[in-house]
Design a protein around this ligand. Structure first.
Ligand code: SF4
Length: 311
């Protein structure tokens, strides 16, 4: 059964007289117990996409499209119904830089209690808190500490535990390993793998192709508000089709092979002033006249690619 399906989703920000199309007609799906990696450079819209799934886009608005969870549209729910039945209970999110969002004047236990109270949790609260902190590999003594007494890795585990405390079936993790050293990154990744093994679905948002390759079943490559390539990890990584995806791989250092890193010329387009055709047109070495006029969308074996080369 499909857990999550996103159809032609559009999210915009209004900046005075400018409309920023941060997510533009994005479609993808995530099956039960699968993991999806969303990769792209800064400001490509990947965090906005994650925030839109939990219907919390500060300063932005979902203007079109649909999101369905287990066959039911979450965008057609009232805010009260979504908050009561979906947000944090079925879908939760580990926000970017979340470990810095822990309140410095409350102990970790108090911060967990606040979440359970806000969601009117009826079970045994202390047992739930102890169980969840144990499941992320932290000792119970952590609960009575304050954030400044914990290392970066411990704080990141705490915020992951907070996202899991109501046992959602889907967690969106936005750059959960950024700003952590490589050893802690490895610990967080193995924690996410363990949670996935236990049945959780995961959307992992990252700019790091290496991190995504560790855990994702499917991958969406995002550029200027669009998922320009979507498919299985195997298909996208072994045979990247979109020229932007190919450029991303060429910009990664390799132990063997090309000694020189290739960097992409130009800059991403202005999201407030989009051309009608392919958004990669100005930077693409394969660009054709057709690409400037018509936006492409071609089906592939396991997903799609927004490129006329595969027509
Ligand atoms: Fe390049 Fe054209 Fe493909 Fe866009 S559609 S990526 S411009 S070849």
């Amino acid at each position: 059964m499909t857990t999550l399906s996103i159809e032609e989703l559009e999210v915009q920000y209004q900046l005075r007289d400018k409309t920023i199309r941060a997510v533009d007609k994005v479609s993808l799906f995530l099956k039960n117990n699968e993991s999806l990696g969303i990769v792209g450079e800064s400001a490509c819209g990947k965090s906005t996409l994650g925030l839109a799934i939990i219907r919390s886009v500060p300063g932005g608005k979902i203007v079109n499209g649909d999101i369905t969870l287990d066959g039911k549209s979450t965008l057609k729910m009232t805010e009260a119904e979504f908050a009561k039945t979906v947000r944090w209970k079925k879908i939760s999110m580990v926000f970017q830089g979340a470990m810095n969002s822990l309140d410095p004047v409350f102990s970790i236990r108090q911060q967990f209690e606040e979440i359970l109270q806000a969601h009117d949790y009826r079970g045994d609260r202390q047992k739930t808190i102890n169980d969840i902190i144990d499941s992320v590999g932290l000792p119970p003594t952590v609960l009575d500490k304050f954030p400044h007494e914990l290392s970066g890795g411990m704080k990141q585990r705490v915020v992951i535990a907070m996202a899991l405390v109501l046992r959602p079936s889907l967690v969106i993790a936005d750059e959960p390993t950024t700003a952590l050293d490589v050893l802690v990154q490895a610990q967080i990744l193995s924690l996410l793998k363990k949670l996935k093994k236990e049945g959780m679905s995961l959307i992992l948002i990252s700019h790091d192709l290496g991190i995504i390759s560790e855990i994702a079943d499917n991958v969406g490559i995002m550029y200027a508000g669009k998922i320009v390539e979507f498919g299985t990890l195997q298909e996208v990584y072994s045979n990247p089709k979109h020229p932007y995806t190919q450029a991303l791989f060429k910009s990664m250092p390799k132990i063997k092979g090309e000694p020189e890193l290739i960097s992409l010329k130009g800059t991403p387009p202005n999201l407030a002033n989009m051309q009608t055709g392919c958004r990669f047109y100005d930077r693409c070495t394969h660009a054709m006249e057709k690409c400037r006029k018509e936006p492409p969308k071609i089906k592939t074996e396991s997903g799609h690619v927004l490129c006329w080369l595969y027509e």
